[in-house]
Design a protein around this ligand. Structure first.
Ligand code: FEO
Length: 388
C-alpha cells in the first residue's frame, strides 16, 4: 500500500520524523511523526504548507526536487502551528516571488512568528477559489480544528481535500500500517477532542463536496473507504462512544487498589462484558487513557486517597479529561483510604463539572487491603456497570 501517492500533478513532499521523543512536547510517538506537505504542479504551482523545523532541510530538498527548474507561485498556509509553518522563513528566503495564501486570521498571526517582509499575500475567505490552470483550489474555513486560523482546501478537478489537522494521526508514514484508527483516535481526542462542535461544522461543509482523496497534515493520504474515516470523525466529534465497553483507570499507590481493579475486570468479563480496558494511570500514557475514555461508553475510576484528596496521577487524568471535553458517559467510582478516604469526593468534584456525566451508585470504599466484603461490593458494582 502506498500511503503518499496521489496523482501526477498532486504530490506528497512531506517529511517523516522518527527521532522525536514527544510530539508537541507531550505526546509519546513510538512510531514517529509525519509532517505532511503537498505540491500541485500545473500552469501555476501551489505548495501546500511547509514543515516542522525538525524536517526543514529534507522538506526543502523534497520541494526542490518536485519543482525541478520551476519556482512556486503560491504557498497555501492551512495552519500556522509550527509543526507545519516551521519552515516558512526558509521558504520565503528561498522563494521570495511566491504569493502567501491564507485567511485574515492567518495573516494576523503570521507576524507573531515571522517577518514576511515584502512577500505578497493573498487573503482568501470562505468559498473563494484559486485557479492554477487545470486545477482549482477552493477554501473553507475550519476555525478551531485545531487553531482559529485553520482552513482546509478542496481541489475541484481531482476531488482532493487538504484537511489540515483533520484526519491526522501519530506515526511516521514509513511506519504506517493498515490500522489507521488506533493512533488516529489517540491523536483526535487529545488534539481536537475539545473542539467537537467545530469538527461537526467542518464535516457538514465536507459533506457537500465530492471528495475522492483526503490529504491530512499528518499520517497517510486516504484514498479508499472514505466513509469509514468520515464516519469515525462524525462519531468522535459528537462525543458518542465508538464501542460499548468499559475503561477501568486505576491509580494505586501500594497495589491494593490495583488488586481491586483486577478483580473488577474479572467480574465484568465473567458477566459477559466484551471490551474491558484496564489502565494503571501512573504507568500509562495519559493520552492513551483519554483515547479509551472517549472510545467506550462507561468508565470506572479507582484511586487511592492522598493528602486529603485523590492520588495525584488520578487528579491529573481528571484535569486532562475535563480539558478535552469528556462528556456523555457513565462513570463508577471506587476509592481506597487507610484512615479517612477522600478520593471519591475529589473525583466526583471533577466529574460533576463535566457535561452529561452519570455517576453510578454506589461508590465503593475500600480500607487498605481488599477483603471478602470488599469483593462482594466490587462484584455488585460490576453488575451495576454491566447493566448501565
Ligand atoms: Fe499539526 Fe495543529 O498542528
Amino acid at each position: 500500500m502506498n500511503y503518499t501517492e496521489i496523482s501526477d500533478a498532486i504530490r506528497y513532499i512531506g517529511v517523516d520524523d522518527d527521532t522525536i521523543d514527544l510530539f508537541e512536547s507531550q505526546y509519546v510517538v513510538p512510531e514517529g511523526m509525519a509532517y505532511n506537505s503537498y505540491i500541485i504542479l500545473d500552469e501555476k504551482i501551489a505548495v501546500l504548507d511547509t514543515c516542522d523545523k525538525r524536517g526543514s532541510e529534507e522538506w526543502l530538498a523534497n520541494l526542490a526536487a518536485a519543482l525541478g527548474d520551476r519556482k512556486p507561485d503560491y504557498l497555501v498556509i492551512h495552519h500556522m502551528e509550527p509543526d507545519h509553518a516551521g519552515t516558512l522563513a526558509q521558504f520565503m528566503q528561498k522563494y521570495p516571488g511566491a504569493v502567501l495564501v491564507g485567511n485574515a486570521k492567518t495573516f494576523n498571526m503570521l507576524p507573531n512568528y515571522y517577518d514576511a517582509g515584502t512577500m505578497e499575500k493573498l487573503t482568501v475567505k470562505e468559498g473563494d477559489t484559486l485557479s492554477l490552470g487545470a486545477h482549482t483550489l477552493q477554501f473553507f474555513m475550519a476555525p478551531m480544528v485545531h487553531w482559529p486560523e485553520v482552513m482546509v482546501s478542496f481541489e475541484q478537478t481531482e476531488g482532493v481535500l487538504f484537511a489540515a489537522d483533520g484526519f491526522g494521526k501519530f506515526g511516521a508514514i514509513k511506519n504506517e500500517t493498515d490500522d489507521w484508527a488506533c493512533e488516529a483516535r489517540r491523536y483526535y481526542f487529545n488534539i481536537c477532542g475539545k473542539y467537537g462542535m467545530q469538527v461537526q461544522a467542518l464535516l457538514k461543509k465536507a459533506a457537500k463536496l465530492d471528495i475522492k482523496v483526503i490529504c491530512p497534515l499528518h499520517g497517510p493520504v486516504l484514498k479508499e473507504n472514505l466513509g469509514y474515516y468520515i464516519g469515525l470523525y462524525d462519531t468522535w466529534s459528537k462525543y458518542e462512544p465508538e464501542n460499548k465497553g468499559v475503561l477501568i483507570a486505576v491509580a494505586s499507590i501500594h497495589g491494593n487498589t490495583l488488586q481491586a481493579a483486577e478483580y473488577m475486570k474479572e467480574q465484568l468479563e465473567a458477566l459477559g462484558e466484551e471490551r474491558v480496558s484496564l489502565m494503571e494511570v501512573p504507568r500509562s500514557d495519559v493520552a492513551e487513557i483519554i483515547e479509551d475514555a472517549f472510545r467506550y461508553d462507561r468508565m470506572i475510576l479507582m484511586a487511592s486517597s492522598y493528602d486529603a484528596g485523590v492520588f495525584l496521577p488520578m487528579e491529573d487524568l481528571l484535569v486532562h479529561l475535563r480539558a478535552k471535553g469528556y462528556q456523555n458517559r457513565k462513570v463508577a467510582l471506587v476509592e481506597n483510604g487507610s484512615w479517612g478516604p477522600t478520593a471519591a469526593k475529589t473525583m466526583k468534584g471533577y466529574l460533576e463539572g463535566m457535561k452529561n456525566i452519570t455517576i453510578l451508585d454506589p461508590v465503593v470504599t475500600i480500607k487498605s487491603a481488599v477483603k471478602e466484603a470488599d469483593q462482594e461490593a466490587l462484584a455488585a458494582l460490576a453488575k451495576v456497570v454491566k447493566d448501565a
